[in-house]
Design a protein around this ligand. Structure first.
Ligand SMILES: NC(=O)c1ccc[n+]([C@@H]2O[C@H](COP(=O)([O-])OP(=O)(O)OC[C@H]3O[C@@H](n4cnc5c(N)ncnc54)[C@H](OP(=O)(O)O)[C@@H]3O)[C@@H](O)[C@H]2O)c1
Length: 259
C-alpha cells in the first residue's frame, strides 16, 4: 500500500473534491490536510470560520482548500440542499468524510433526552442527510466516489458511561453499512473507521473527566501509545482513494493494540 508509506505520492487529482466535516480540529483537520497534500480539492467544514482558517494555513495547497463554515445541526432538513449548493460552487464531489462529532461520558443516571438528542443529531441524523445530498446523482461523480464515517471503538467494545455516545456511533456505523449496500450498484463505496483514544481536543474533555491518575493508567494500556490524528488520516485517505476500490461496507478498528 504505497499511499500509506509514501505521503508524497499523489492519490487524488485536483478535480477530485472531498467534503470533510470536522475539518477545523483533530482527526477531521488531519484528514482534510492529508487529502489536500495528496492532490485533492478539500471543502472544509466546521462551525468556526477562524478555526477553519487556521487549518487552511497548514495546507500544502491552500488554493485547493475551501472553507464552508456551518453548524450542521442548526437546520438538518436543509443539509441535502447545502450539498447541492457546494456542487454548484465547486463541481461534483468525489468524497465525503464525516468527522464532526461531540464526545459524552455520562452514566445511565445522567441520561437526558436533550443531550442524547444532540449526540444522535451530529453522529446520525446530520451525516445521513449529508449522505443523502452526496448520493444525489447530480452532486456526485458516481463510480469512484467514496464516503467515510468516523465511528468509535466504543461502539464495538462496551465501556462504562459511554452508552449514549457508543449507541450513536453504533447507529452511524450500521447506517454506513446499509448505505454501502444501497450505493454499491452505483460504484460508490462507504466505510467507517473506529478509533480508540486519539490525541485531539476532544480527548482533553475525557482526560479531565477521568482525572490524571486514571488517564495515565488508561494510556498505559496502549502498547503503541495513544493514536495521533495523522494515524487516522493515513487510513482515511487510503479508503477514499481508488487504491481501496475493493473495500466497502467495513468498519475498521484502529486501537494501537489496546483491545
Ligand atoms: N479523539 C478520540 O479519541 C476519538 C476516538 C474515537 C472517535 N472519535 C471521533 O472522531 C471524530 C473527530 O473527533 P476529534 O477527536 O477530532 O474531535 P475534535 O477535535 O473535538 O473535533 C470535533 C470537530 O467536530 C466539529 N463539530 C462539532 N459539532 C459540530 C456541528 N454541530 N456542526 C459542524 N461541526 C461540528 C468541530 O467543529 P468546531 O469546533 O470548529 O465547531 C470540530 O471540527 C468525532 O466523531 C469523534 O467522536 C474521536
Amino acid at each position: 500500500m504505497l499511499c500509506l508509506q509514501n505521503p508524497d505520492r499523489m492519490l487524488f487529482s485536483r478535480d477530485h473534491r472531498i467534503l470533510v466535516t470536522g475539518a477545523s480540529s483533530g482527526i477531521g483537520r488531519a484528514i482534510a490536510l492529508r487529502c489536500n497534500a495528496l492532490g485533492a480539492t478539500v471543502i472544509a467544514n466546521g462551525r468556526e470560520e477562524n478555526r477553519l482558517r487556521e487549518a487552511r494555513e497548514q495546507a500544502a495547497n491552500a488554493e485547493a482548500f475551501a472553507l464552508e463554515a456551518l453548524d450542521l445541526t442548526s437546520d438538518m432538513e436543509a443539509l441535502p440542499k447545502w450539498v447541492t449548493r457546494l456542487r454548484e460552487r465547486y463541481g461534483k464531489l468525489g468524497g465525503f468524510v464525516h468527522a464532526a462529532g461531540l464526545g459524552l461520558t455520562a452514566p445511565l443516571l445522567m441520561y437526558n433526552l436533550e443531550e442524547a438528542g444532540k449526540l444522535f443529531d451530529i453522529h446520525v441524523h446530520a451525516p445521513m442527510l449529508l449522505a443523502k445530498g452526496f448520493a444525489d446523482r447530480r452532486n456526485t461523480i458516481g463510480k469512484g466516489a467514496a464516503m467515510l464515517f468516523m465511528g468509535s471503538s466504543g461502539a464495538v467494545i462496551p465501556q462504562r458511561a459511554k452508552l449514549v455516545y457508543a449507541s450513536a456511533k453504533g447507529a452511524q456505523i450500521t447506517a454506513a453499512r446499509c448505505l454501502a449496500k444501497e450505493l454499491a450498484p452505483r460504484g460508490i463505496r462507504v466505510n467507517s473507521i473506529s478509533p480508540a483514544l486519539v490525541e485531539t481536543p476532544m480527548l482533553e474533555g475525557f482526560r479531565t473527566m477521568l482525572g490524571e491518575e486514571s488517564f495515565t493508567a488508561e494510556k498505559e494500556q496502549y502498547p503503541f501509545g495513544l493514536g495521533q490524528p495523522e494515524d487516522v488520516a493515513a487510513l482515511a485517505c487510503f479508503l477514499l482513494s481508488e487504491e481501496s476500490r475493493w473495500i466497502t461496507g467495513q468498519n475498521i478498528i484502529m486501537d494501537g493494540g489496546r483491545y
